[in-house]
Design a protein around this ligand. Structure first.
Ligand code: SAH
Length: 252
């Protein structure tokens, strides 16, 4: 059995209780070494076989899983954040399916949630934005044209940009091309929830300069939109004294 487990954004106590239990039980762990906190591996049994997938191909990962399965092992595939966001798990699940190996996914705290916590912010402020766009700049992995940064920017919704810390200049340009004012609030969160986390408040126009100043070129998220620093939002209806819900009668 293979368990795809979300390791959380960095801090070792931000894995789920279920994820931690699976790690403790595992006979074999294949972890994404470029971003998963190695401290998490201390939770594994002494005889647990550990592989760092950073230097492995998909075929090699699957090969290890197939051997583990043949030996009747409990296998944990440990991905950073939540495996469903840029986790490349579909191709692994499809290969396992072909080989008749069962799997299950255990979710994790994605870095975009860790970054919001670091910034003390809420993405979905009433009257400001009720949507969150999770996206990236095209890199070696292409992004379909219809999902360009500029086209999403036109919505002025809260936006979280993954995998693009090395392309801040182009990112800033694309955001402005899409219609964001250069003064629109933005933030860079480097290694959210890790001990060396950095939070930088800036604007769409100053993104690249700030990243350069701080030497940030990887393991960072860019968050854009008025939700980053908005004083002028509406109160929620849900907690308004005059609002009746299924659970609470509103005052007249
Ligand atoms: N599955 C992961 C994302 C993997 S893609 C998740 O749910 O978070 C890798 C990218 O995620 C990095 O390039 C960076 O943009 C972002 N990332 C991952 N961990 C991060 C962290 N702790 N702080 C900031 N960005 C992070």
């Amino acid at each position: 059995m293979v368990y795809f487990v979300g390791a959380g954004p960095g801090a070792e106590d931000l894995i789920t209780v279920r994820g931690a239990r699976l790690l403790k039980k595992a006979d074999m762990v294949i972890y994404a070494g470029s971003l998963v906190n190695p401290e998490l591996l201390k939770e594994t049994r002494e005889d647990c076989e550990i592989y760092n997938s950073a230097g492995m191909t998909l075929e090699e990962v699957i090969q290890v899983m197939v051997r583990g399965e043949t030996e009747g092992k409990i296998i944990v595939r440990l991905h950073t954040g939540d495996p469903c966001v840029y986790g490349a798990i579909r191709e692994q699940m499809d290969s396992l399916e072909q080989k008749g190996i069962a799997w299950e996914i255990c979710p994790g705290v994605s870095s975009f949630c860790g970054a919001a916590a670091a910034l003390n912010m809420e993405y979905t402020l009433p009257g400001v934005s009720q949507s969150v766009v999770l996206t990236r700049m095209a890199g070696r992995t292409p992004v379909p044209d219809r999902e360009s940064i500029a086209s999403f920017a036109a919505h002025k919704a809260a936006m979280v940009i993954f995998l693009s810390a090395g392309m801040m200049e182009e990112l800033s340009h694309e955001l402005m091309r899409g219609g964001y004012d250069p003064d629109t609030p933005a933030a860079i969160v480097y290694k959210a929830t890790w001990p060396d986390e950095k939070r930088i408040l800036c604007t769409v126009g100053t993104l690249a300069g700030k990243a350069r100043e701080q030497g940030i070129a990887k393991t960072a998220l860019v968050i854009v939109g008025d939700s980053v620093r908005q004083a002028d939002y509406d109160r929620s209806n849900l907690y308004d004294p005059g609002f009746t819900t299924e659970y609470r009668r509103g005052r007249e």
